[in-house]
Structure formats: C-alpha cells, structure tokens
Write a protein that binds this ligand. Structure first.
Ligand code: ADP
Ligand code: MG
Length: 147
C-alpha cells in the first residue's frame, strides 16, 4: 500500500490502518498543504466508526473522539498553526496517547524526539494521485504495510 494512491486507494489505506490501530499508536501525516493529510485522517476516523465527516482540526488544533463514536479513543491533531515547540507541549498530547491513538498532521512541528515510535506517512504530489512513503518504527513491524 505504498506508491501512487488515488482517492479510493487512500480510503482503503485509511480503513486498513484503522483496523491495525491500537492504544498508544501515533501516526504522523506529513506533506504540503493539499497533500491529503486530512483526507487520510478522515478515512481512518470513518473506519474507526465515526459517522459523518470529521472537521479539519486546523483551528481547533486538537479534535478528540471517544468511544462509542469511535471504537478506540483517538485525537486528530493539526500542528500547522503552531510554530513554537513550547506551544505543542502545552497541548498535553501524551495524555491522548495513554489509552488512545493520535493522528498528527505536520508532525515535523513536534519537539524533537517526542515519539520515537511514530509511524511517519509522507504524502506528496498534486492532481488525482498522491505518492506515499512510510517511515516505519519497530512498533509497526508486522503491521505495515497494513492488510
Ligand atoms: N489521491 C488523493 N488522495 C488524497 N486527496 C486527494 C487525492 N486526489 C485528490 N485529492 C484532493 O486533495 C485535497 C487534499 O486536501 P486535504 O486532505 O485537506 O490536504 P491536507 O490536509 O494535506 O492539507 C482534497 O480536496 C482531496 O479531495
Ligand atoms: Mg489538513
């Protein structure tokens, strides 16, 4: 599930990732504006059971979801508007990773070394497909590529 993904393949990837997702997982979604980070996060949230389209957390920064709306507590985070790592610390993201999962857009804004076990997914390109590359930590060995 790496390579060029069209919109349908992106939805399928989201569903497969959701099926593998566990408490404590952190997925970083990297890429330029319009790369498809929110689209992939929405696909994961939908497959976790969320009804309706998740709002983009661009302004809320942290959008938490809880059982029973989703099968696993998950926080959808967009760090785009934060440029100071100290501001990121104030979000208390660790609390969400304790018993839940995190989906983080613009993970490069996290303080260095925050989550060594972060699954980093990078999306690139414009048009109808996106190129996906993954940086896979030990915690995802056997779960990536998700089937
Ligand atoms: N293969 C694809 N994967 C993801 N998004 C796509 C794809 N093809 C077209 N798009 C469109 O690109 C845009 C991506 O926007 P969005 O997910 O909000 O990006 P980001 O959160 O990275 O800024 C959406 O309008 C989406 O419909
Ligand atoms: Mg976005």
């Amino acid at each position: 599930m790496t390579g060029e993904l069209d919109q349908a393949a992106m939805g399928e990837l989201g569903a497969r990732l959701a099926a593998q997702l566990r408490a404590g997982d952190v997925i970083g979604l990297s890429g330029d504006l319009g790369a498809g980070k929110t689209t992939l996060a929405r696909a994961i949230l939908a497959a976790l059971g969320l009804a309706g389209e998740a709002p983009s957390p661009t302004f809320a920064i942290v959008q938490p979801y809880d059982v029973p709306d989703v099968r696993l507590p998950v926080a959808h985070v967009d760090l785009y508007r934060l440029d100071n790592p100290d501001d990121v610390r104030e979000l208390g993201l660790e609390d969400y990773a304790d018993g839940g999962a995190l989906l983080i857009e613009w993970p490069e804004r996290l303080p260095a070394g925050t989550w060594p076990e972060l699954l980093l997914l990078r999306l690139e390109g414009t048009g109808t497909t996106r190129r996906l590359t993954a940086k896979v930590p030990a915690a995802w060995e056997g779960r990536w590529p998700p089937r």
